[in-house]
Design a protein around this ligand. Structure first.
Ligand code: 2P0
Length: 332
């Protein structure tokens, strides 16, 4: 199955519906506590392992889509029109082609992202999840969330997790067509949980995450233990969430991120996303911990550091990281 076939299989008779005037939707960014790193199918973004994330509440993307007369799509991101042939517009256009075919309708797409630019926060995750939900509203498909998750995955793997709020598990699945590779929300809340975004650099990364994960899978010997690491960490995280055991949650998430980075460092040529300031922040968090403040970190495919803590530690964290942007996953 190619991505277009997946779309057809999910939409079925809905594919013939006429559009409304517009569709609009919001989707949060997400941070993985057990990471997605490595694909078994690059065309469908099917992962080698399952992953677990938490969505970032009101840090995300709001997207509006309207049919457009004319030969080309228009894409406006944070008030700025994207270059028609730039990488952002091409990626959105290629994604829309999976729904409409190459000579289908053109669209005006406007997206506002409340994610710090360049935060290495997989803005593609909230972007594609919001776009799929906006399309669902434009055409009145009213698809179940599991289908929206599969469709979002076709845009960007981690986008399948941004269809939901809260804690989310993306089951890797086994099928070649990926119809069982989708995310579901966990039925748990953690109102005191906070995620601080410590931005070290917003410069473009030397190796994109797509290339980084492919190179790791192909060349890293350490990657061979990654599925075992995930198999051990996922149940630990589920238990920690169920028991509200913050130390277990933070320690597992932190170790999981370090193992992911170890697999990258073992790739040939090696991939190292950290900057001196990244390691500096890791040290500061370790020092906070030694001083009795429960704080842990996780790091994605970039130099920025995401700090996990609970509301009761907020003053100590803010003192150590005055510039922190704070996400509240379970705001009431
Ligand atoms: C994650 N990352 O679980 C991991 C951790 C980066 C490090 O998902 O190629 O943008 O679109 O499937 O989803 C970033 O990868 O990659 C990512 P594609 P994606 O959050």
């Amino acid at each position: 199955l190619n991505p277009h076939d997946v779309v057809r299989a999910l939409l079925r008779e809905r594919a013939d519906r006429a559009p409304r005037e517009r569709g609009e939707a919001y989707a949060p960014a997400n941070i993985a506590l057990c990471k997605y790193w490595g694909k078994r199918d690059a065309g469908l973004n099917l992962p080698i392992t399952s992953s677990l994330s938490v969505s970032l509440g009101d840090l995300g993307a709001r997207t509006r889509i309207e049919p457009l007369d004319g030969p080309d799509d228009r894409f406006v991101l944070n008030g700025r029109e994207a270059e028609p042939n730039g990488s952002a517009a091409r990626r959105v256009g290629a994604f829309l082609d999976r729904f409409r075919g190459a000579d289908g309708p053109r669209y005006f797409v406007e997206s506002e992202s409340r994610i710090p630019v360049g935060a290495g926060l997989a803005s593609s995750a909230s972007g594609f999840a919001a776009l799929v939900k906006a399309l669902d509203r434009l055409y009145g498909w009213d698809l179940p969330p599991e289908s929206l998750s599969i469709l979002a995955r076709l845009g960007s793997g981690s986008a399948c997790r941004s269809v939901y709020d809260g804690f989310v598990v993306w089951e890797a699945g086994e099928r070649a067509d990926g119809m069982d590779s989708l995310a579901r929300r966990m039925d748990e809340e953690w109102p005191d949980l906070r995620i601080g975004l410590h931005i070290v650099s917003s410069a473009p990364k030397p190796v994109g995450s797509r290339e980084g994960m492919n190179r790791t899978v192909e060349t890293s010997l350490l990657y061979r233990v990654w599925p075992e690491r995930v198999a051990a960490d996922l149940p630990r995280l589920r238990d920690a969430i169920r028991d509200r055991d913050f130390e277990a949650l933070g320690a597992t998430a932190e170790s999981n991120a370090l193992t992911m980075h170890a697999t990258m460092m073992d790739a040939r040529p090696p991939i190292l996303y950290w900057k001196p300031e990244t390691v500096g922040a890791m040290e500061r968090i370790r020092a906070l911990r030694a001083a009795g403040v429960a704080a842990y970190y996780t790091i994605d495919a970039g130099p920025n550091v995401k700090i996990l803590y609970e509301e009761s530690s907020e003053n100590a964290i803010r003192e150590a990281f005055p510039e922190l942007q704070i996400a509240i996953p379970f705001a009431q």
